[in-house]
Design a protein around this ligand. Structure first.
Ligand code: C2E
Ligand code: MG
Ligand code: MG
Ligand code: MG
Length: 281
């Protein structure tokens, strides 16, 4: 139909503008998934008061044979369009729980695992069943998994996405709003969503050490989150000055290059033995 044709034409236009790689990515992603060429890196999440790693976020990685490393934002969008997102998401989750099980056991049985979920993936009616199957088969506790969804995803496709989050949360998983502060969620809307954690976007964290107003806003949001019973994670922490502000305003968890970059599972250190921040910096 006409609207669909226009959408497809617009899609082609974009692919040409960004260098013509999109159709090549689309074609090669299926083969890369089948060949095991799509990898997962893990970035530590630290508990700020103790400096210890309490969990990790899984971040997907793909190096295209001709185009080189492709940003996950780009090939996740491709996978959403060509229908590979279910296979991609399942592979990331299965890889994560498989590779991290030794680390979880070394940590005393519990290790937080953040998994990013895209809109199409979450709205696919089979998604909650697939997640449950992978967790059951690996023995990974559902309560240690945090599904990260963006504010914009919940705005755009609200009913199906929110319904899926309710199902997943009833199954014991936790839900985080990723990139919080970049969308337009009202506080009353936030109060109605099935959410456990707010992840403050790196663009906001980048301003907190140099702008007292931003630091004040952060402090207010940390207080509000606490009043609503939500945990808070700061993303993209790069400097000691940002770390100091986060500690001063009572933010509990943080992620960023200051504490550790995304790395393969084999390079992660068991959190019980070592104060992660001291070891890796
Ligand atoms: P996100 O979930 O908000 O992930 C945070 C991004 O910030 C990651 O980029 C991470 O590498 C980067 N980062 C972490 N610490 C720092 C820092 O201190 N400074 C700076 N400048 N950047 C930092 P990455 O790995 O390129 O991922 C980008 C986005 O792609 C993610 O944003 C997420 O939305 C999406 N994504 C990644 N993996 C997956 C996946 O497995 N599935 C889905 N659906 N989306 C994914
Ligand atoms: Mg994330
Ligand atoms: Mg984020
Ligand atoms: Mg992001």
């Amino acid at each position: 139909d006409h609207a669909l044709y226009m959408a497809k034409a617009a899609g082609r236009g974009r692919a040409e503008l960004d260098g013509g790689g999109s159709s090549e990515l689309s074609r090669d992603l299926a083969a890369a998934l089948a060949a095991g060429d799509v990898h997962v890196h893990f970035q530590p999440v630290v508990d700020l008061p103790s400096g210890r790693m309490t969990g990790v976020e899984a971040l997907v990685r793909w190096t295209h044979p001709r185009l080189g490393p492709v940003s996950p934002e780009r090939f996740v969008a491709v996978a959403e369009e060509n229908g590979l997102i279910a296979a991609l998401g399942e592979q990331v989750l299965r890889t994560a729980v498989t590779q991290l099980t030794p680390l979880r056991l070394a940590a005393g049985g519990s290790l937080g695992l953040g998994i990013n979920v895209s809109g199409r993936e979450l709205c696919d009616p089979g998604y909650p069943t697939r997640v449950r199957a992978v967790l059951e088969e690996s023995g990974w506790p559902a309560s240690d998994v945090v599904l990260e969804v963006t504010e914009s995803l919940l705005e755009g496709q609200s009913s199906a996405a929110v319904a899926a989050l309710h199902v997943l949360r009833a199954g014991g998983l936790r839900i985080a709003i990723d990139d919080f502060g970049t969308g337009y969620s009202s506080l009353s809307r936030l109060d109605t969503l099935p959410v456990d954690i707010l992840k403050f976007d790196s663009s906001f964290i980048a301003t907190i050490a140099t702008s007292p107003r931003r630091a004040q806003m952060l402090e207010s949001m940390v207080g509000m989150a606490g009043a609503l019973g939500l945990s808070v994670v700061a993303e993209g922490v790069e400097t000691d000055a940002q770390d100091a502000v986060l500690k001063r305003v009572g933010c509990t968890y943080a992620q960023g290059w200051l504490y550790g970059r995304p790395i393969p599972a084999t390079e992660l250190v068991a959190p019980r033995d070592l104060a992660y921040a001291t070891v890796l910096r």
